[in-house]
Design a protein around this ligand. Structure first.
Ligand code: GLN
Length: 533
């Protein structure tokens, strides 16, 4: 069993998560089994209660864990299935330590950061690593952060419990380019490595994020001052077209060779065909479509991360470049704002909470329905489609979800039965993987090519079965159900080339080399729409 620990220096947002994922991909390609784990130093138990402004997307796993969006990268780049063990926060640690203290587990002792908090951290490393060749653990935040200290100390202790050569430390750092001086500066990296060594950790590999290629001189300087061999100073430039170039880029810098050498693994180099093929398809696509994503956090880079990635995957599957037009739902309440919809080949309405922007999203669904434009509604986007159809086809003018209008006379979407007793916000939605049976003769069944699928959920409201017969009579058909609980999971519009709303989040199960079937089918429908326009 081998361990790789990834820390970050100088600034946040260095793309440590992607680096961890890409290294995982390279090792997996060499035939090793890999699992990736993330430690987050904040005090929230999980990111489920945080705003997208604070945190970006909340990524949901099969077991219902609400996790950091880096876990999305881990799942997209590698095949290892992840669970709640793969994302540990300070909040979880303190929750567990204090519960143990109250129970009397530490009776007689003073409970302290060392060893009680650090023990929890080490336990989680052991637990998450069970059954794989290599566990990669990424520590969120930047070296020097007060909150991150117990984690880094935990790693140091952990490494002393292992045989030499079984643990590898990778430090991801930034080389700022000073235009006035015309050079890349190494001092911040030197200082962040010094900070690591102060705690007792000497990095083995330095991954340097840089906008400019690194000269040999810079490499030598970093090697000297950071106490690593020059060959272990890795250049990681910004990628040109796509994040899926990263495994290739790191492989050119021999990162995987180094890891295998340092950890004494017998895992020969393998051809990179799989990743080369993806990058080729991304760089030289045969076709192009424009998809409008109508949301309320469109100005944020990370709020709909998995949705954007899944659209790209759908494009890869169709040899098509997907241009994403980010549309602020609030702009669609005016005639002028709706002009923007004309240039689209498809509309996607992602998940969301709260009533801001819902009327604009309803407009988007209506536009797609009336103009035979492919529409893909995810979670809230499905509920929006049901509300729109009820208002404008069924003629229930005030149809709504009580989430947006508590007094609506027609709650065509309503709170799930078991949600009525929920009093605590955190971790209490309908979360994780549930089975969905697909009905014959539907677009969804054809796209999936199977009778039954498992998809991930994160919601409190659902389709109201009281309106099902009326909706079906007017042409909104139910295409997928959770038979066990009689829940509607997918709706479609009959006389429409491609109009699908799903109560789940397919974007959490798409990969670059295995696009989610609904995303692949949606992009193919958008292509067709464009060809017939
Ligand atoms: N707000 C809606 C609900 O709770 C949709 C949730 C979502 O889109 N993830 O049911």
């Amino acid at each position: 069993m081998k361990y790789i620990f990834i820390t970050g220096g100088v600034v946040s947002s260095l793309g440590k998560g992607l680096t961890a994922a890409a290294i995982g991909a390279l090792l997996e390609l060499r035939g090793l089994t890999v699992r990736i784990q993330k430690f987050d130093p904040y005090l929230n138990v999980d990111p489920g209660t945080m705003s997208p402004f604070q945190h970006g997307e909340v990524y949901v796993l099969d077991d219902g864990a609400e996790t950091d969006l880096d876990l999305g990268h881990y799942e997209r780049f590698t095949s290892g299935s992840l669970s709640k063990l793969n994302n540990l926060t300070s909040g979880q640690i303190y929750d567990s330590v204090i519960t143990k203290e109250r129970r009397g587990d530490y009776l007689g002792k003073t409970v302290q950061v060392i060893p009680h908090v650090t023990n929890e951290i080490k336990d989680r490393i052991y637990e998450a690593g069970e059954g794989v060749d290599i566990l990669i653990t990424e520590i969120g935040g930047t070296i020097g952060d007060i909150e991150g200290l117990p984690f880094v100390e935990g790693l140091r202790q952990f490494s002393t419990e292992q045989t030499r050569g079984d643990v590898l430390f990778i430090h991801v750092t930034l080389l700022p380019f000073l235009a006035a001086a015309g050079e890349l500066k190494t001092k911040p990296s030197q200082q962040s490595v010094a900070k690591l060594r102060e705690i007792g950790i000497q990095p083995d590999i330095l991954v340097c994020r840089t906008e400019e290629p690194m000269s040999d001189e810079v490499r030598q300087k970093l090697a000297m001052f950071c106490n690593v061999p020059a060959k272990a100073v890795i250049e990681e430039c910004d990628v040109e077209t796509s994040i899926y170039e990263l495994p290739l880029m790191l492989q050119r810098e021999n990162v995987d060779d180094l890891v295998v050498e340092y950890l004494g693994l017998d895992a020969p180099d393998k051809p990179m065909d799989k990743w080369n093929d993806i990058v080729r398809r991304l760089k030289y696509p045969a076709h192009k479509v424009t998809i409008g994503v109508v949301g309320k956090y469109i100005e944020l880079q990370d709020a709909y991360k998995s949705v954007y990635e899944s659209l790209t995957h759908g494009g890869i599957a169709n040899d098509t470049k997907v241009i994403v037009e980010r549309i602020d739902a609030e702009d669609l309440t005016t005639e002028e704002g709706r002009e923007n919809l004309r240039k689209l080949d498809g509309i996607l309405v992602p998940g969301g909470f709260g009533d801001r922007g819902t009327e604009g999203k309803i407009w988007a669904a209506r536009y797609a329905r009336e103009n035979n434009l492919p529409y893909f509604g995810l979670c809230l986007g499905m509920q929006i489609a049901v509300i729109e159809f009820s208002r404008n086809v069924l003629g229930l003018a005030d149809a709504n979800s009580p989430e947006f209008d508590e007094q609506t006379p027609h709650p065509v979407v309503h709170l799930m039965e078991d949600q009525k007793e929920v009093t605590q916000k955190g971790g209490s939605m309908r979360l994780g993987a549930y089975k969905c049976d697909l009905l014959e003769g539907t677009v969804s069944r054809k796209a999936y090519g199977s009778e039954s699928v498992s998809e991930r959920h994160r919601h409190r409201y659902e389709f109201n079965n009281a309106y099902r017969a009326d909706l079906e009579a007017k042409g909104m058909r139910v295409a997928g159900v959770n038979s066990k609980r009689d829940l509607v999971e997918i709706v479609e519009i009959e006389d429409h080339p491609w109009f699908v709303g799903v109560q789940f989040h397919p974007e959490f199960k798409s990969k670059p080399f295995l696009a989610h079937p609904l995303f692949a089918s949606f992009i193919s429908a958008a292509l067709e729409k464009k060809a017939n326009a």
